[in-house]
Structures are given as C-alpha cells and as structure tokens.
Design a protein around this ligand. Structure first.
Ligand code: C2E
Ligand code: CA
Ligand code: CA
Ligand code: CA
Length: 287
C-alpha cells in the first residue's frame, strides 16, 4: 500500500555508493577529514505533535569537503563504514551531540511537554558490532554530565532484522541504563511485527514513505489503516511513534489525528546549526 518509488534511495547498494565516491576522489580525503575538523553536525528539531513544542533534535552529520563543498551523509557514510572510519566518526558525532544537548538543557531546562529534552543520534550497524560501544557511550555521558534519558540512539530496522543476542546485548545494556533506542526507517524492513517485543526499543520512527502517503487529504484509506494499526500496536507495547519527513501542515494534522506522538520534517524546520533550535525553543517558550 505504500507508494512506490520516491524514497528508494535509501535502499542504495553501499558498494555502489563507495564506487561513486571513489570515482569522485573522495576516498583519499576521508581518513584525514576527522583530524582536520571537516565534519560538522546539523540538528533537526523533533516536535511534540500534541502541542507543537520542541522535544529534542536529531543530529545529522555533514562533511565540509575542501573541494566539493558540503556533502550529505549518503555521500560518505557508506565509505566510512567500508573503511572502518565510522567507529571514530560515530564516536565524535555522539560526543558533539551530547555536549550540544547539555547546552540546550542548561539553557531551556531538562524537560519538555513530551518528557526529557532529547538528542537523537544515528548508529551505524558497524558501531553496533564494535565492542567499545557501551563503554564509549557511558564515558561520553559521564564526561558531559548528561543523563542517559536525554539520549536516544537510532538504529535502522534493517540492521536489526534477524539480529541475534550478541547484536542485541549492547543495545539491551544501554536501554537498561536509561538510553532510549529508536527503530529508524520503520516499515521498510519487512520485519515481523511480533519481533518488536524482543527488541530493546522504546521509539518507532515511521519511515518517510508513510508520511508521503499522507500528502493528499484525506489520505488513501488503506494507508490510514496501516498507520493506525502500527500506532495502536506501538502504543500497546509502550513505544512512542515518531514520524519523519513531515513537509506540510496537512500531513502533520493527519498524523496527529492517527495518534503519532512526535514529528520531524521540513514543515517545522530543515536541519540546521544548533542556534536554530535555540530560536524554535524560544518561540515556544514565549508562546
Ligand atoms: P535518517 O536517519 O532517516 O535521517 C532523516 C533524513 O531525512 C535526513 O537526511 C534529513 O535531512 C532528511 N529530512 C528531514 N526532514 C525531511 C523532510 O521533510 N523531507 C525530506 N524529503 N527529507 C527530510 P540526511 O541528513 O541527508 O541523512 C541521511 C541519512 O544519513 C540519515 O537518514 C541517516 O541514516 C544517515 N546519517 C546521518 N547522520 C548520521 C550519523 O551521524 N551517523 C550515521 N551512522 N548515519 C547518519
Ligand atoms: Ca535517523
Ligand atoms: Ca529515518
Ligand atoms: Ca532514512
């Protein structure tokens, strides 16, 4: 029932991506880019659908390449995974983002209408299998003095399909500490819904393709039923539902009525520098 096409770039073959990047000569610069300070992070606000207040932000990494300008993660994450740079890069993103969250929390308080003010950070499957993940995360939270409940780690549904206990163990330990785990791009991986109970996740991030199907008003009745069913199932398992890729008010409204909890998308704000979130939080604080 999901609309075909449009969102399919996410299924791109990482090997093919790596070849494209190599052809454009990005490979040589990548290992040194971290030392040279060429990466930076943009933040996109997460909005509580109930009352429109900002409840946190997702960290999205970019590379300011000396020749090619700003490159999005789809251009270099596959290569970083391929070369192993993703582990130190991911650790850097985590530390920067948690530091930023601490600044926001100092400035605007630690809780919002939707619970603790949160920072969401993407985890690559390569980081999941790296033995240092739990300790690195603990160290970063301790160094920055940020409570674990301020952190949400996003793992794609496809990374966890058929995951065995070894893969889930670090996520379970993080979840026990109070870190939230979100299942990203949910609905694209064809996972068994009953499988959800086995995973230490507390947030479902509905893939953008569902949001796209809410483009018309009213949306396709079958799509409405599917989202309604996912939301009901998620809530019955005590999971919250975040929707991504919200570009219009009509989408936001339909998804709110369907019971989704949190939204993210260009309708609210594009990813941007941390000060943009300051502005949004200030707007909310002053009504
Ligand atoms: P994602 O985690 O699914 O992130 C959402 C993507 O949708 C972001 O693309 C965001 O800029 C884009 N987006 C947000 N709102 C809208 C909207 O309303 N409409 C549309 N069409 N798009 C919207 P971006 O920043 O290019 O990131 C792409 C992917 O790269 C992310 O997908 C994530 O899988 C990965 N990524 C980003 N940062 C990191 C990171 O630090 N580590 C790892 N491992 N992966 C990352
Ligand atoms: Ca994400
Ligand atoms: Ca996503
Ligand atoms: Ca995605």
């Amino acid at each position: 029932a999901k609309s075909a096409g449009g969102n399919r770039f996410e299924l791109a073959d990482p090997e093919a991506d790596a070849r494209v990047i190599t052809r454009h000569g990005l490979t040589t610069g990548l290992p040194a880019a971290l030392d040279r300070g060429e990466f930076f992070i943009e933040y996109q606000p997460l909005v509580h659908l109930g009352d429109g207040t900002v409840s946190g932000a997702e960290a999205l990494v970019r590379w300011l390449h000396p020749q090619h300008g700003v490159l999005g993660p789809d251009r270099f994450i596959p290569l970083a995974e391929h070369t192993g740079l993703i582990v130190p890069l991911g650790r850097w993103v985590l530390e920067q983002s948690v530091r930023q969250a601490r600044l926001w929390r100092e400035r605007y308080g630690e809780s919002t209408a939707a619970g603790p003010m949160r920072i969401n950070v993407n985890l690559s499957p390569c980081q999941l299998t790296h033995p240092g993940l739990v300790q690195d995360t603990v160290d970063i939270l301790e160094r920055t003095g940020v409570a674990p409940d301020a952190l949400c780690l996003e793992v794609t549904e496809s990374a966890l399909i058929g995951a065995d206990d070894d893969l889930l163990k670090p996520l379970r330990r993080l979840a026990e500490m109070g870190v939230d785990i979100a299942l990203d791009d949910f609905g694209t991986g064809y996972s068994n819904l009953a499988n959800l109970r086995r995973l230490p996740v507390s947030v479902l991030k509905l893939d953008r393709s569902f949001t796209q199907s809410m483009q018309q008003y009213p949306a396709d009745p079958v799509d409405l039923k599917i989202v309604e069913g996912i939301v009901a199932l998620a809530h019955s398992l005590d999971l919250t539902v975040t929707v991504e890729g919200v570009e219009t008010g009509a989408q936001a409204e339909q998804l709110r009525v369907l019971g989704c909890d949190t939204a993210q998308g260009w309708y609210y704000a594009r990813p941007g520098p941390p000060d943009r979130l300051h502005e949004l939080a200030l707007v909310d604080a002053t009504g």
